[in-house]
Design a protein around this ligand. Structure first.
Ligand code: ADP
Ligand code: MG
Length: 373
């Protein structure tokens, strides 16, 4: 698919990778520049040599792109293309260079059996990659398997809340009240139409939390305290993180035992991934030593495109057994379900999306002992 050239490219300048450093202050807090809150048209501000840069050059014959970025995580150092190069797909050179990835990404190990109770953050600072869809539908499928599940909506957009059938205007309390008003966590938790499935809703006030948290004491650990207060009441808590690496996501990562990263099988899929992994490493080092990447889930897979296949291969070759076998296909039914306030297993229980999330739930819960019936 041809992409419109940016102004910079039209002027004949090479796209450069900007680096937004992530700092740890003396108090151990993590300072990040929030990534743009949207999707496929993002420009890269994460220090990662993006697929944008690669794809923008792919039509140009005999081109050598040498991309530099201090501490850049993805080092596609040389991209050679020939005049006949296809307009879709990745270059032959590796997109992810393991040597430049942070320690926390040196995964490779198999997915470990699920110990209950478990708090799992669904995180990726890119918007539109399937975090919320995964939180809602994996949550519902785990509940169907008999696990007692709490979905924690940490995104001010509240899509997990509405996707589970709640109207944010009707809830008596929200995550905002818990993080900033000292409200008891259990008071904001609501049941859903699905047995064993509960939600801690987000309302629009949460949009201000990123800033309101700044002067607070132990601002990174607010959610962790809340989660610990109900830890024994749920088998699995899934935290639907917002599309940024700000204080809300840091709260999510600090509260979690594990992270599941959804990766969209499309252009720009790997953009920002290194930054996310480095942030996981920083949270590990400063706030939550036990935090681990539990798994990578490939989402919005379109079998008709060669690109989806190539993204899958790249991700599997780097992350190995951390990548779930289940791949979530791109299906219209999955995108329709939220507007009915229903997880896919309720909206269309026999659809491909429902099957995928049921399979994923089995994989994620492998080795776990059921505590409820
Ligand atoms: P995120 O939470 O990462 O921003 P979402 O889960 O909200 O991403 O997904 C972004 C959009 O893509 C939503 O409109 C959602 O309904 C849609 N979507 C997510 N997963 C799929 C899929 N597998 N097939 C089709 N549409 C999907
Ligand atoms: Mg979301």
């Amino acid at each position: 698919m041809a992409r419109k050239k940016t102004k910079r490219e039209r002027r004949g300048r090479r796209p450069e990778a900007d680096v937004s450093p992530t700092d740890v202050s003396p108090t151990g807090e993590i300072q990040t520049d929030p990534a743009p809150a949207d999707s496929a048209n993002n420009t890269n501000n994460t220090g990662v040599i993006s697929m944008t840069s690669v794809s923008s050059r792919i039509h140009e014959p005999q081109l050598e792109v040498e991309a530099h970025a201090e501490e850049a995580v993805v080092a596609t150092t040389k991209v050679r293309t020939s005049p006949g190069a296809p307009d879709q797909g990745l270059p032959d050179t590796p997109i992810l260079d393991p040597e430049t990835l942070p320690g926390s990404a040196e995964t490779g190990g198999a997915v470990v059996p699920l110990e209950l109770p478990r708090v799992i953050a669904i995180a990726n600072q890119k918007g539109g990659v399937g975090k919320t869809t995964t939180a809602v539908n994996l949550g519902a499928a785990l509940a169907e398997l008999g696990f007692r599940v709490l979905v924690i909506d940490l995104d001010p957009q509240g899509n997990a809340t509405t996707g589970l059938g709640l109207n944010p205007r009707d809830v008596s309390g929200s995550i905002y009240d818990v993080l900033l008003q000292e409200a008891a966590f259990e008071d904001c938790i609501e049941p859903t139409a699905i047995k064993n499935l509960f939600v801690a809703p987000a309302t629009v006030d949460l949009a201000g939390a990123e800033i309101e948290l700044v002067p607070q004491i132990s601002r990174e650990l607010k959610l962790r305290r809340a989660v610990n207060s109900v830890r024994d009441e749920y088998d699995v808590m899934l935290i639907d993180c917002p599309p940024s690496l700000g204080l809300l996501t840091v709260n999510g990562l600090a509260a979690a035992d594990d992270v599941i990263v959804p990766i969209q099988c499309e252009y720009y899929a790997l953009e920002g991934l290194g930054q996310l992994l480095r942030n996981v490493g920083l949270v590990q080092a400063n706030l939550n030593p036990d935090l681990d990447i539990r798994g990578i889930v490939l989402t919005m897979y379109d079998a008709r495109t060669k690109l989806a296949d190539q993204v899958e291969q790249e991700v599997r070759s780097y992350f190995g057994a951390k990548v779930y076998e289940t791949i979530v296909p791109r299906t219209v039914r999955l995108s329709e379900a939220p507007s009915y306030g229903q997880p896919i297993i309720v909206f269309d229980g026999t659809s491909r999306g429902a099957k995928a999330y049921r399979d994923l739930a089995k994989e994620v819960s492998r080795g776990a002992t059921r505590r409820t019936g």
